[in-house]
Design a protein around this ligand. Structure first.
Ligand code: HEC
Length: 218
């Protein structure tokens, strides 16, 4: 057994010595024991190629291709995922300052989308009214934030956006981030909807259109 081991160690030294280090630069290609898929058959873009019917190595996008960059309503241009842009980050570019306003245009459709997404992602904990009385409370998760508390009302849109993406790292840090489940446009839609929920308690009765008021109208 000992000889086998010694022979094995010797063999390893030999292989490493011969193939591992070349010691000096050389123009000849290195000896490759494991090529690690360094060279593979591949097509370079926009080159003639007889395999495809259009005779080109590049093919047009198939119908239904999803664009990587998307122009959200209100953002000035298409924004790439992970790009340092307030729409993605909720922060002013190059700083850690939260943006103070919505980064997409608030429309009725956005609010409706926000309500739908809020009801999917946030209601179990924060409750339909945002007061922190979601169903999880019944199961012992008691410390859910009331979204009508002054702190959250005064929070900038950027900070709320980041709370949705990364969870809250202030406070007790009990909320996890939902960025992986909620895409950029929907995060802003949820921010807008939370603002609408807050407004529903902060507004005065006079602001309610008479048709929708329980007091006015017919
Ligand atoms: C699993 C339960 C859970 C879900 C789901 C959840 N939250 Fe929370 N959220 C919490 C808890 C708990 C806190 C309080 C955290 C703390 O004080 O540390 C909190 C705090 C917050 C705060 C206040 C953060 C702060 O810094 O004070 C905001 C805003 C918020 N949540 C928004 C949302 C939105 C919007 C959604 C839906 C996308 C959501 N949460 C989904 C549990 C949840």
């Amino acid at each position: 057994m000992r000889y086998v081991l010694a022979a094995f160690v010797l063999l390893v030294c030999l292989v490493v010595g011969l193939a591992g280090f070349r010691g000096e630069s050389s123009r000849r290609p290195p000896i490759e024991i494991f090529p690690d898929m360094d060279r593979q058959a591949k097509l370079r873009p926009m080159e003639p190629n007889r395999f495809f019917t259009n005779g080109n190595s590049s093919q047009p996008q198939v119908p239904g291709t999803v664009a990587r960059a998307k122009a959200l309503a209100g953002s000035d241009r298409p924004v790439l995922p992970f790009e340092d842009h307030p729409v993605n980050t909720g922060r002013t570019v190059g700083t850690t300052n939260y943006v103070e306003s919505m980064q997409v245009t608030v429309t009725m459709d956005l609010l409706k989308r926000g309500r739908e997404r809020y009801q999917i992602s946030c209601v179990p904990c924060h409750g339909a009214q945002g007061d922190g009385n979601g169903v999880v409370k019944k199961f012992g998760f008691a410390a859910i934030a009331d979204l009508h508390q002054e702190r959250v009302v005064k929070m900038s849109e950027g900070q709320m956006y980041r709370t949705i993406v990364h969870g809250n790292n202030e406070g007790k840090g009990l909320m996890a981030g939902y960025g992986a489940n909620i895409e950029v446009g929907d995060r802003w839609a949820i921010v807008a909807y939370v603002r609408a929920l807050q407004r529903s308690r902060l507004g005065s009765p006079e602001e309610v259109p008479s048709a929708a008021s329980s007091k006015g109208g017919n």
